[in-house]
Design a protein around this ligand. Sequence first.
Ligand code: KIV
Length: 272
Amino acid sequence: MKSSKTNITKVTTQVLREMKVHGEKIAMLTAYDYSTAKIVDQANIDVILVGDSAANVIAGHPTTLPITLDQMIYHGQSVVRAVKRALVVVDLPFGSYQGNSKEALCSAIRVMKETGADAVKLEGGEEIVESVQRILSAGIPVMGHLGLTPQSINKFGTYVVRATEKTEADKLLKDALLLQKIGCFGLVLEKIPAKLTAKVVKSLDIPVIGIGAGAAADGQVLVFHDMMGITQDFSPRFLRRYTNLNDVIGNVVRRYIDDVKTQDFPNNKEQY
Ligand code: KIV
């Protein structure tokens, strides 16, 4: 790392580009609500992703497909209210951009107007290129997402590592180059072999953020609830659990219940 962007007051897409040039890794985390976003931003995270993984970790759905544009906007608004420094990217949800570029533009405009976020993220390559181009033509920064794209889980049928075969790996590299060419400012690569990530990173000037995509990526992203150990039923090899908030919160709740039952809470100082 040759320079550090920790002192800057607002992360922009240009700042991320400079970080790639200078070899400074980009740290990105998801957030879906005001209080969490405030903590994450004050800790100096570079990018906050209002991910459609909210469908999983907030709403409890088995896939990301059910979350709606209105729900993503609600999460985006809550996050943006808290954030001063990080670049905020909001996922366009399943069904709000595929197959109809006019609808894609309307969805992206709603996100930008109603949340105040800095950018949107869309899953896919060549198949969604018209939608991406139309959104970019309105001056909206777009981040791509290739590899394991959870909105296509019904096509894949499984959450295993993607692009292990040459044909899929070649298509991924081609899609990455295409997304860069049409103007995406960055790219997420999910659950692909580390060697392929290294090849993509070398081939692109825009920053590549990995999740389960190895160390060569220009940055890393994790889902907040997974890395904090709030979720327990999701343990892929790439996930580093930094703490076990599930235990911490459970223990505090048990102490509180005990204090209420034993009439220890509230004490004399805790009432009027
Ligand atoms: O929705 C999400 O959290 C994501 C990350 C896994 C990259 O897209």
